[in-house]
Write a protein that binds this ligand. Structure first.
Ligand SMILES: [Zn+2]
Length: 114
């Protein structure tokens, strides 16, 4: 196993999990560190133990490309017009989500059928 590199970190473990799904969907194996859901869904972890995603050095470029693409699509779809036409609201907790998310960040509820 080549020495891994940290590719992503965020205090919201659900978001980190989402990025992990994107990476694995792109064929990139990744490892979660500092992963915990202690304290309940949606709570932020203390800064010194933010969930992190690590990938093998050989996958770093591909992983960064996947994350960059995800960030750009998130920015585009968070503009007001796109939000209205493409976003969806969780039926359980009322949280707004961008169109490319299939499950709620807050409570894990699945996107309702259109
Ligand atoms: Zn929800």
């Amino acid at each position: 196993m080549p020495r891994p590199v940290r590719i992503f970190q965020h205090p919201n473990s659900l978001l980190v999990g989402h990025v992990r799904n994107l990476l694995e969907g792109a064929g990139v194996e990744c490892e979660l560190r500092n992963w915990t859901l202690a304290g309940g869904m949606g709570d932020l972890a203390p800064i010194d133990c933010e969930p992190e995603l690590w990938v093998a050095t050989r996958d770093e470029a591909r992983a960064r490309a996947v994350i960059e693409q995800w960030r750009q699509s998130a920015e585009v779809s968070s503009s007001p017009g796109a939000r209205l036409s493409r976003g969806w609201r969780c039926q359980r907790c009322g949280e707004w989500h961008e169109a490319h998310f299939d499950t709620c960040w807050q409570c894990g509820h699945e996107r309702p059928d259109p």
